[in-house]
Design a protein around this ligand. Structure first.
Ligand code: UDP
Length: 164
C-alpha cells in the first residue's frame, strides 16, 4: 500500500524586531530569552535612538494616518533595541509571538503574547515586527545600513521540512 508523504517547506527568513522605547525596555532580558527559546537566531542587534528622519521613513506607510506624529514621537522617545531575527518562517512566527497590534485585544485573544503582557495601549504596544519578507529587507537596510550586507534575506533555503 502506497504511503503518502507530505513535505512542508519552511523557508529560512530574516525579520526585523524592535523592542520599543520605555516600558518594554524594562523587560528586554526576558523578551530576549523568550526569543531564543523559540528557536530564533539573533543575527544582528543594536540599541540606539531612532532619529525622527529614520522613524518617518520606517513608518512611511502610515504617514497619512491620524496617529503618525504620535507614533514617530513615541518611537524616538528612548533607545530602541533593534534585532535581526532569523529562523524558518521568522516573519510570521515573530508576529505570532508579538500578538495583535492593540494590547487590549491581545489580552483577549493571545494572553501569552508580548503585546498582551508588556503593551499598555495601541500606541505603546511594546514590540514591532516586519509584516513581510520585503518589508523586513527594507527595514533591516534602513536601520542597519552597511551592516545589513551580512544579513540579506535567505528566503528560499529549503532547510526546514517535516515528514508527516
Ligand atoms: N498604531 C497606533 N494607532 C493605531 C494603529 C497603530 O498608534 O490605531 C501604532 C502602533 O504602535 C503600531 C504602529 O502604529 O504598532 C504601526 O501600525 P501597524 O498597523 O503597522 O501595526 P503593527 O504591524 O505594528 O501591528
Amino acid at each position: 500500500e502506497a504511503q503518502q508523504e507530505i513535505h512542508f517547506f519552511f523557508p529560512r527568513q530574516n525579520t526585523l524586531a524592535l523592542i520599543k522605547p520605555n516600558s518594554a525596555q524594562e523587560h528586554k532580558a526576558e523578551i530576549l530569552e523568550e526569543i531564543k527559546s523559540k528557536g530564533f537566531a539573533i543575527k544582528n542587534q543594536q540599541e540606539k535612538y531612532l532619529s525622527e528622519e529614520v522613524a518617518e521613513e520606517f513608518y512611511k506607510e502610515h504617514k497619512d494616518k491620524p496617529f503618525f506624529s504620535q507614533l514617530v514621537q513615541f518611537i524616538c522617545s528612548g533607545p530602541c533595541l533593534q534585532l535581526v531575527l532569523s529562523k524558518e518562517n521568522a516573519v510570521e512566527d515573530w508576529r505570532m509571538m508579538m500578538g495583535p497590534t492593540d494590547p487590549n485585544r491581545a489580552k483577549e485573544v493571545s494572553p501569552d503574547s508580548l503585546r498582551a503582557r508588556f503593551g499598555s495601549d495601541i500606541l505603546h504596544n511594546a514590540v514591532h515586527g516586519s509584516s513581510s519578507v520585503e518589508q523586513s529587507d527594507r527595514e533591516i537596510r534602513l536601520l542597519f545600513g552597511d551592516l545589513s550586507a551580512a544579513v540579506t534575506s535567505t528566503e528560499g533555503e529549503e532547510d526546514g521540512f517535516v515528514f508527516v
